[in-house]
Design a protein. Sequence first.
Length: 449
Amino acid sequence: MAFESIDQCAEKESTTSAKLIASHPSLKGRWARVVPIVFITYSLAYVVRANFGFGAAAGLAQTLHITSSQWALLGALFFFGYFLFQIPGAAYAQKRSARHLIFFALVIWGILAALTGVIRNYWLLAADRLLLGAVESFIFPGMMILLTRWFTRAERSRANTLLILGNPVTVLWMSAVTGYVIKEFGWQLAFIIEGLPSVLWGFVWYFTVRDRPEQVSWITPEAAAALETALAQEQAALPRVPNIAAAFRDRNVVLLCIQYFLWSIGVYGFVLWLPVMIHMGTSEGIGTIGLLSAVPYVFAVLLMLLASYYSDRSSQRSRFVWPFLILAGAAFFGSYLTAGISFWIAFGFLVVAGAAMYAPYGPFFAIIPEILPDNVAGEVIALVNSLGALGSFLGSWLVGLLQGSTGSSRPGYLLMSVSLTLAGLCTFALRPVAQQATNLVHADTIRSD
C-alpha cells in the first residue's frame, strides 16, 4: 500500500459497502430520512448568504447611502465571520454533538438574517453580517462530520453532493423567487421573509436528526452495528495520524487549503455578484435578472449529480475535480474576452463557468476523510473550509471592488479565471495517501524526540 493513490484507496471499499446495504435493507432509509433534512438545512443557510447580491441590485446601497468600497466590504464581512469559528465548531461537533450545534445556529442565523432588512445604520449592518457569517460557520463542518457517521466511503461523494446541492438549488429557486419578492415588497421585506423560516426549521432539525445511526428506531440494531463496524474498518485501514498539529502540517492538507482558497475566490465572486454582472450587461428589470441568474445553477445541479455518481461508481476522486475547475477558469476567460462584444455570448460562458465550478464539490470533500482518520478529519475539513471562507471574503470583496471602481465586470471575470485555473492545477501536486501519512507520523516523532 506504500504507493497507493487517493483514488485507489477508495476503490477497495465499494464492494464491501454494497454487501452491507444488501444485508441490511433498513440502511437504505438513510437516503430518504437523513439526506433531505441536511439538504434543506444547508439550503436555508445558503439563502441568507446569496440573497445579499439581490439587495445590491435592488438598491440597498442607494437606500443606505453606502459607497462602492463600503458595499464591497459589507458583502465580504460575512465570509470573514465565517472564517473565525470553523475549527472550534468542528471540534464541538466531533467531540459532543453536531445536532445540538446546528440547532442553535439555525435559530440565531435566522434572526440575524431577518435583521438585515431592518437595520439602517451601516456599522450595525456590518456587525450583523459579520455575526451572521460566524454563526453559519458551524454548519458545513458539522454537516460533513454528521455524514461521515451515516455513510460509508463508497457512498460519501453522493452524500456530500446531495448536501452541497443545497447551494446551487437554493440559488436556482432563490434567484427567481427573490427577484419577484423584491419587485412586489421591496428588498427590506425580502430579507425578513427569507430569514425567519430558519428559526422554525431549527426545531424540525432538532426533533428529526440524531448524531448516530444507533440513536434512531428506523434502523435495526443489527444494521446500525454493521454500519458502525464497516466505518470502524475504514478507519482501521487508514494510516495513523497522531494529532491535529501533525495533520495541519501535512503537505496534502496545505495543498487542499490552497486549492479551496483559490476555488472559493471564483465561486463567491460569482455567487454574490452575478445579479450585478447581469444588471451591468443588460437593461432588463430585476425580475428578469433573477431568472437569468438562475440559469447557471440548473446546469450546476445536473453536473454535480453526474460527477458524484461516477466518482462513487468508479471510486475515483481527483479526476472528477481538476478538469471541471480548469474548464470553469477557461469559461470565465471567455466571458472576459467577449463581455465588450456581446452580453449573451459572455453570459453563455458564465453559464458554463458556474456549472463547471460547482460540479467537483462532492468528490473533493470525499478526499479528506479518505486520507485522514476521524480523530483529525473533522478539524481538517474545518481548516480547509476556513481557507475557503478567506477565499470567499477575498473574491466577494475584490470582484465587488473591481466592478465598483471600473464600472465593468471584465476585471472580475479575469480574476475568477486565474483563481479557478490555479485551483485545478493544485490537484496534481497531491501526494499518495500512505506516503503522506508516513511522513506525518515521522515528522511528529521527530518533534516529540
